[in-house]
Design a protein. Structure first.
Length: 251
C-alpha cells in the first residue's frame, strides 16, 4: 500500500521575521498539491508567527524536551510547541545527537512526550560514513531505530521516520537508490516488529541532500514515503520542485 507522501522542510537555525514571506509562499504553492503532506519545521521562535501567517499549513518544531515542564533552561516542551501552533516536531536529528549528545533513550522520551501531546513526530536515524564504509549501516541504523521508537501502538498514527545518512546531510552526496531501498526495507521490518501491522502505515522519509533534480529518482524507490529536506527547503523555488516530484510519484 502506497502511503501519502510527506515532504518536510527543516530550516535549522535559519529564518527571521523577514523570511515569513517565504513560509507563506511555500504554504500557498503547496495548495496545488493536495496529494502530498507538506510541512516546515522552523526555529522555535518563529513557530507562533509562522502558524498565524499560514493557518491550516503544518508548522513544526525541530526539537522538544521530554519533560512536561521544569528547570530546563532554554528548552521547549511539547505543550509549548502546541501552544505556539506547531502540529509536529522533529526529534533525534543527527546534528542534535552529535552537538547536544542526545542518545537513543532521550530521543525515545522526546518522541513519547510529543506524541502524548498530540504532535506529529519525525524521528531521525542514520549512519556515519565510517559505519557505511564498514558495511554496518543497516545493522547500526536498525539498532538505533529499535532503541529510539516510542512505545505504544497509538503512537504510529502520528509517527514518521527519517532515514538520514549523516554523510549525505548538506554535502550533495546521496546514497544509491539501491542503498536507500535496502535501508528503508530494513526499517519497515523493524517498524512491523515493533508495532505489528500498524508499522506498515508509518511513513519512512529519506533525508540528505534532496533537491528538485534528484527527488523524482529518490521517490521512485520502494518504501520511500517522502523526504526531510534541509538546505533546499529555505526557498520556494528550490523546495516546490521536490513537492511536485512527490505528487508525481504518487501517480
Ligand atoms: C537535514 O538536515 O535534515 C537535511 C536533510 O539537510 P540537507 O537537505 O541540507 O542535506
Amino acid at each position: 500500500m502506497a502511503l501519502k507522501k510527506l515532504v518536510a522542510g527543516n530550516w535549522k537555525m535559519h529564518g527571521l521575521s523577514s523570511d515569513l514571506a517565504e513560509v507563506k509562499a511555500i504554504a500557498e504553492a503547496s495548495e496545488a498539491y493536495p496529494a502530498v503532506d507538506v510541512a516546515l519545521c522552523v526555529p522555535a521562535i518563529l513557530i507562533e508567527r509562522a502558524s498565524r501567517a499560514v493557518p491550516g499549513f503544518a508548522i513544526g518544531g525541530q526539537d522538544v524536551h521530554f519533560a512536561e515542564k521544569g528547570a530546563h533552561t532554554g528548552c521547549v516542551s511539547a505543550q509549548m510547541l502546541l501552544d505556539a501552533g506547531a502540529t509536529l516536531t522533529i526529534v533525534g536529528h543527527s546534528e542534535r545527537r552529535d552537538a547536544q549528545r542526545e542518545i537513543d533513550a532521550d530521543v525515545r522520551a522526546k518522541a513519547e512526550a510529543a506524541v502524548a501531546c498530540g504532535l506529529g513526530v519525525i524521528l531521525c536515524v542514520g549512519e556515519s560514513l565510517e559505519v557505511r564504509e564498514a558495511g554496518e549501516a543497516i545493522e547500526t541504523v536498525s539498532t538505533q531505530l529499535d532503541a529510539s521508537l516510542p512505545h505504544g501502538d497509538a503512537s504510529t498514527d502520528r509517527l514518521a521516520i527519517a532515514y538520514e545518512p549523516i554523510w549525505a546531510i548538506g554535502t550533495g552526496k546521496v546514497p544509491t537508490g539501491q542503498d536507500i531501498g535496502e535501508m528503508h526495507t530494513a526499517l519497515r521490518q523493524r517498524l512491523v516488529a515493533a508495532y505489528g501491522d500498524a508499522g506498515r502505515s508509518v511513513r519512512i522519509l529519506y533525508g540528505g541532500s534532496v533537491k528538485g533534480s534528484n527527488a523524482g529518482e529518490i521517490f521512485a524507490v520502494p518504501d520511500v514515503d517522502g523526504a526531510l529536506v534541509g538546505g533546499a527547503s529555505l526557498k520556494t523555488a528550490d523546495f516546490m520542485p521536490i513537492v511536485e516530484a512527490a505528487a508525481a510519484a504518487n501517480g
